[in-house]
Design a binder for this molecule. Structure first.
Ligand SMILES: [Zn+2]
Ligand SMILES: [Zn+2]
Length: 376
């Protein structure tokens, strides 16, 4: 069965996360969005783990209110290089053992659902794989400036510089909101890794904004699909991000990194460097190159943003809320609507939904703190 999978979220026990990130709201929004399987997030947190143990029922994966779950957590390794790692455990027993080993190493798992550790990335991989070879360590949102493995601020230039002798245990990378597969294809050393995409949601509304389509019915089949690159990702256009291009907000200057401009042509100050620039720095291929065996992906703009653009009102308005709820009621969950656009009778909306599905909508790229914008 083809399922929609979002492996990276945070519970209410992570810092800066909505108090609504509990099982009830997560399951409710998962159904609204059309997500079949969700990473629990934060399994190292004692209170969240007790909830998971109590409420989740074993059924293929785990189940709560009709939504499947798989144990996951994000861990930050600190020091000169700061990297976030997404960890997927094959079951709750494995999750518990990982937490115990982390606690033995002195990791504080109680204060934050996303624990930090002074341990090195290879040490972390060693712990996770000692519990079970089928657990996964996936470098999270690899291009974000802070905490991404390749981040411009505290990352590495090569994956093996991060994971050293444990690099062979890494099978997948998370593209994150700031990159899509096409950007990653510019770096040939990444060809060997499976690309996965997740929401990193801190609130129920953000669940599934990026996710994966995978043929799976239990952990083993999910694991095999990830190892063998049988994953189609759903991406939001990275141009939406507020640091995609280089630029200078004060002077309204937006520059593609390929242009090689580093100083603001208006005021002469250095431009704020965007995420795409970092990809160009590490790239050994032109943009547009597609490696053999590349995974398919969809670039989809979330329904509320589509409705906001079509109706000409802000995304956080009652008008958009009402239109969204109405569409869900009439046509089913959000990602079924986005992947198989219905005929609504509103010709403008129908043509935008169709263009979205084909990936042909135009986003004016974000830069220097200015969000990217959908242009119709
Ligand atoms: Zn993170
Ligand atoms: Zn300027």
């Amino acid at each position: 069965m083809m399922i929609r999978v979002d492996l990276h979220i945070h519970s209410k026990y992570s810092r800066a996360t909505s108090p609504n990130m509990d099982l009830k709201h997560i399951a409710y929004y998962a159904k609204l969005k059309g997500i079949d399987l969700i990473g629990t997030g934060d399994f190292t947190h004692p209170k969240w783990f007790i909830t998971l143990k109590k409420k989740l029922v074993r059924e293929g994966f785990y189940m709560y209110n009709g939504v499947h779950f798989v144990p996951s957590v994000e861990i930050a390794t600190m020091g000169k290089h700061r990297v976030h790692h997404l960890i997927i455990a094959e079951d709750l027993d494995a999750a518990y053992q990982i937490t115990e080993l982390l606690v033995k190493k002195g990791v504080n798992v109680k204060s934050d659902g996303r624990p930090m550790t002074g341990m090195s990335p290879p040490e972390l991989v060693d712990i996770v794989h000692n519990v079970s070879e089928r657990n996964l360590v996936i470098p999270a949102h690899v291009w974000t400036p802070w905490f991404g493995l390749f981040g411009s601020k505290s990352g590495f230039d090569r994956i093996e510089d991060c994971y050293k002798d444990m690099t062979s245990k890494i099978v997948a990378l998370e593209t994150g909101l700031s990159s899509d597969p096409a950007m990653n294809w510019m770096v040939s050393s990444l060809d060997q890794f499976t690309l996965v995409s997740n929401s990193d949601a801190h609130s129920p509304e953000s669940l599934g904004r990026e996710m994966n389509l995978v043929e799976a019915h239990d952990y083993k089949s999910l694991y095999n699909a990830i190892v063998h690159k049988r994953v189609t990702t759903i991406e939001v256009d990275p141009a939406f991000g507020k640091y995609h291009f280089d630029g200078h907000r004060k002077c309204n200057v937006r520059v593609h990194p390929g242009e090689g401009v580093t100083l603001c042509p208006v005021c002469g100050k250095p431009l704020t460097i965007g995420v795409l620039h970092r990809v160009y720095d590490l790239a050994d291929r032109e943009y547009g190159f597609k490696p053999a065996g590349a995974q398919p992906y969809y670039k989809l703009i979330p329904l509320k943003h589509i409705l906001s653009a079509v109706l000409g009102v802000g995304v956080n308005t009652k008008t958009v809320d009402r239109a969204y709820t109405d569409m869900i009621r009439r046509y089913g969950d959000e990602y079924s609507i986005l992947l198989n656009p219905p005929t609504t009778g509103n010709t403008k909306l129908d043509s935008v939904l169709k263009a979205n599905r084909e990936g042909s909508l135009n986003v004016i790229p974000g830069y220097d703190g200015v969000f990217g914008k959908l242009s119709l």
